[in-house]
Ligand binder design. Structure first.
Ligand code: NCD
Length: 306
């Protein structure tokens, strides 16, 4: 039985096959509408979420399966003091697969070690968010044709943004990928990613503060919001929250085929005037996320016949 805790749990080839399956599902959804008949996914969300939870649930419904779960810790037995390990043992009796989001780093991993069913990490604190990464990789491959020879800009809260940590970890396995890390001094990438992932693997990157300076070179610009809930004090958050605002003036400096991605939710970091720019890909990205989650569910449940 396999789980998904980190984007590295699947090889590049396996991710490639999952993306190929996602393309097939996207092109012919009817063909896959019953492959998970009789199966259930449990979405155990101890932290707020809109798209990730609904994306998992829609993915399972699209495959003919059903959905159970909770959308906040307050509405689960966590308030009574139950551990995630006990919860997954119980939920494993009801469902065939589970997606867990938790504010504590490593909580889904703890659950996976005792789980009778496959567990997907749907985001653990500031650590990892592997299904957002599958979404991001699938979006990049769909828009750019392949994942190679790209300069990728990551902008915003690189310290607390788990989507950034997961995406970098995954992207270094592809040929000739360079990074431009755009953040205020205080929100730079943590050293466990910069040193242990980038430096150790001799990946080309530079750290800059000004978005204007970086944007002309980029093939993909990955914007992120400042992660309010992970700040220790409100003052620091307020000082940092509007540090970057991508607007049409800045987009004029970008290449014609530079795509803008964002895991969403957006706060102020992308002006709404950009939304109609053909290079703004963040709402398309949500759709790619649903198809790749369908492919992931099928893969983990070992659903055959497609
Ligand atoms: C991200 C997350 O939860 O880390 N959102 C998402 O899953 N689409 C990004 C964020 O909350 O900023």
């Amino acid at each position: 039985m396999r789980h998904l805790m980190s984007p590295l749990d699947f090889s590049v080839d396996e991710i490639e096959s999952m993306m190929d399956l996602a393309v097939k599902i996207k092109n012919d959804p009817e063909k896959y509408a019953h492959v998970c008949d009789g199966k259930k996914i449990a979405t155990l969300f101890y932290e707020p979420s809109t798209r990730t939870r609904l994306s998992f649930e829609t993915a399972m419904l699209n495959l003919g399966g059903k959905v159970i779960g909770f959308s906040s810790a307050a509405s689960s037995s966590a308030t009574k003091g139950e551990s995630v390990a006990d919860t997954i043992r119980v939920v494993g009796t009801f469902a065939d697969i589970a997606a867990i989001r938790h504010p504590k780093e490593g909580a889904p991993l703890v659950a996976s070690r005792v789980s009778p069913i496959p567990v997907i990490n749907a985001g653990d604190g500031g650590h990892q968010h592997p299904t957002q990464t599958l979404t991001d990789l699938f979006t990049i491959r769909s828009l750019k044709g392949s994942i190679r020879d790209l300069t990728i800009g990551l902008c915003g809260d690189l310290k607390f943004g788990r989507t950034v940590h997961s995406l970098i970890t995954a992207l270094i396995r592809y040929p000739n990928i360079r990074f431009v890390l755009i953040s205020p001094e205080e929100l730079r990438l943590p050293s466990y990613i910069r040193e242990d992932v980038l430096d150790r693997n001799h990946i080309e990157y530079r750290e800059v503060t000004r978005l204007e300076e970086a944007i002309p070179d980029l093939d993909v610009l990955y914007m992120t919001r400042v992660q309010k809930e992970r700040f220790f004090n409100e003052e620091d958050y307020v000082r940092m929250k509007d540090f970057y605002i991508l607007d049409s003036e800045k987009m004029q400096l970008a290449k014609d085929d530079m795509y803008v991605l964002h895991p969403l939710p957006r706060v102020n970091e992308i002006a709404v005037e950009i939304d109609d720019d053909p290079r703004a890909a963040y709402f398309r990205q949500v759709r790619y996320g649903m198809f790749i989650r369908e492919a992931l569910i099928m893969t983990l449940l070992e659903v055959k016949g497609c």
